[in-house]
Design a protein around this ligand. Structure first.
Ligand SMILES: Cc1cc2nc3c(=O)[nH]c(=O)nc-3n(C[C@H](O)[C@H](O)[C@H](O)COP(=O)(O)OP(=O)(O)OC[C@H]3O[C@@H](n4cnc5c(N)ncnc54)[C@H](O)[C@@H]3O)c2cc1C
Length: 244
């Protein structure tokens, strides 16, 4: 599940270098040249029809000692720091604000904005996005003044990923059948085309072409509560490190 690994020239890996002590110790941080003999990459097709992630296999790959980052067996310490930045980044408040405006545009165009129950959903989403933005700003401000606030990165990841799933779902509900790509050729017997490649090309007749990727995006975004560490595991981390 290596994101965009099919384009990578280098990757960093956490590799077990010792089996002594706690499982978290004995892991080292290595840079691996993807062109090394024994590295093979197999793209995985996701629900949206696109290949965004890959199986990466290592068969007796040799890595020069100079590719070790930091101290041997301390890889998990470095990884935890990187992961907290990844999780803060996943919160992606800027995208959420932009997509909220897009959701409102689609809802108005499709007439569901006048439905009070639908508008309630948009309002609840907006409140959560504003709250998440405040939380991200608090973390950034604490970091700037030298305090370690990244303990709550898991919380930012949980809230941000759930918000992303909500807006992709609401957009699809608002656009209805127009959220599907229309591929005329798909009706031909034996059609084997690549749906993802065709998705951006045509909207459903009578619909907005830009809406034709809403359903594939909705499917793609099921990933957000899994990647970067699943949300269930983030809840455990927040319970242990923040709530005590
Ligand atoms: C789109 C996508 C891109 C990714 N990109 C990368 C990448 O570039 N590089 C990379 O290294 N990895 C990548 N991953 C892998 C990702 O980090 C893992 O899928 C994720 O951390 C979850 O681990 P897992 O798949 O082993 O699930 P598991 O740990 O097997 O979990 C399976 C289920 O059990 C639950 N579970 C597990 N442990 C507990 C627990 N203690 N308490 C409660 N529930 C628990 C989980 O929440 C989940 O629902 C990617 C994954 C996806 C989906």
């Amino acid at each position: 599940w290596t994101t965009l690994g099919q384009y990578g020239e280098w990757m960093f890996n956490l590799v077990r270098t010792s089996s002594e002590g706690k499982p978290q110790t004995g892991i080292s941080f290595l840079l691996i040249d993807m062109k090394s003999p024994g590295v093979s990459v197999r793209p995985i097709k996701l629900l949206d029809g696109d290949c965004e992630v890959n199986d990466v296999f290592f068969d007796n790959v040799e890595v020069p000692a100079e590719n070790l980052i930091g101290e041997e067996n301390k890889g998990w310490t470095y990884a935890k720091h990187l992961l907290s930045h990844e999780r803060t980044n996943i919160a992606d408040v800027n995208r959420a604000k932009r997509e909220l405006e897009r959701l409102k545009r689609i809802a108005r165009a499709e007439g569901v904005y006048d439905d009070l129950r639908f508008r309630d959903q948009i309002a609840l989403l907006e409140v959560d996005i504003v709250a998440l933005e405040m939380l991200v700003l608090r973390v950034l401000s604490a970091e700037k003044s030298g305090r370690n606030a990244l303990d709550i990165a898991g919380l930012l990841k949980i809230k941000g990923s759930e918000i992303q799933q909500r807006y992709t779902e609401l957009m699809m509900l608002a656009a209805g059948p127009y959220s599907l790509p229309y591929i005329h050729e798909a009706m031909d017997a034996g059609w084997q085309g690549d749906q993802a490649a065709a998705a951006g090309l045509q909207g459903f007749p009578g619909g907005d072409v830009a809406n034709a990727t809403l359903a594939p995006t909705y499917f793609n975004y099921r990933k957000t509560t899994i990647y970067g560490g699943s949300n269930e595991v983030q809840r455990n981390i927040v319970a242990q490190t923040v709530l005590g």
